[in-house]
Design a protein around this ligand. Structure first.
Ligand code: 6GU
Length: 225
């Protein structure tokens, strides 16, 4: 899989992809992440990437030209399955979208800023608009990193057996059950007996019950559909 991220703040995106699982996935050749600076595609002499909005009003708007120049250069090199715009007014990101995106070959992620992007970019180039929650971030970069992380960890070979995505919260619309490690007793706080019993059918039953209990208490909305 190849992910091209289009941003005016490339330095903000370097960190998340240079450590741990996301770094290893790239080192193993399972994903290629290419970060592009939209400013490199500005054609005016001040390299502006934004401008005042028509009709007046506070806040700048990301200009159409540099973004289209960049998208068209990428599209001339390979086919893209999606051109995603990260924006607080996009559809809420859920696990099933991540699952679907993990099956794609090439995707572009455009990070929004200021008041937004010229609507003509959305109308003519964007295939999917994604928000990561009902709150406003300073820009789409951190949201793009969230999306890329959630997708990349699903690619075959990225996780080992022990961290397998199949047992993640949300994959079966349930939160994960509680987990414990040594010692079996700490300050009088005990690990549930069943986990120490070695009775695997009982342990499995306990985990299912706890997952359901936790989901009912914290995210009853997950059980609705
Ligand atoms: Cl994708 N962008 C911004 N700026 N804010 C957000 C968001 C995205 N998702 C939630 N809040």
């Amino acid at each position: 899989m190849r992910i091209d991220i289009l941003t005016i703040l490339p330095e903000l995106l370097k960190g998340p992809f240079s450590a741990s699982i996301l770094k290893r996935a790239q080192d193993k050749g399972l994903v290629e992440i290419c970060i592009h600076n939209i400013r490199d595609y500005a054609t005016n002499k001040h390299k502006n990437v934004d401008d005042y909005q028509y009709g007046g009003g506070a806040g700048m708007v990301m200009s159409i030209e540099p973004i289209v120049n960049l998208i068209e250069e990428l599209k001339s090199q390979r086919e893209y399955d999606e051109v995603i715009f990260m924006t607080p007014d996009g559809g809420l990101l859920e696990q099933n979208t991540c699952n679907e995106l993990s099956l794609k070959k090439n995707i572009i992620i455009l990070c929004g800023h200021y008041k937004g992007i010229d609507e003509r970019i959305r109308e003519n180039f964007i295939t999917k608009e994604i928000s990561i929650g009902s709150y406003v971030l300073s820009g789409g970069e951190i949201a793009a990193a969230v999306l890329a992380d959630a997708v990349i960890r699903l690619l075959p070979g990225v996780l080992n057996n022990e961290t397998s995505a199949l047992t993640d919260s949300f994959q079966d619309n349930l939160l994960s059950p509680p987990v414990y490690t040594r010692p079996p007793e700490y300050r009088g706080w005990k690990v549930p007996e069943v986990l120490l019993s070695g009775n695997f059918p009982e342990i499995e039953k306990w985990r299912e019950q706890e997952a359901l209990k936790r989901t009912k208490a914290r995210r009853p909305d997950l059980l609705d559909d």
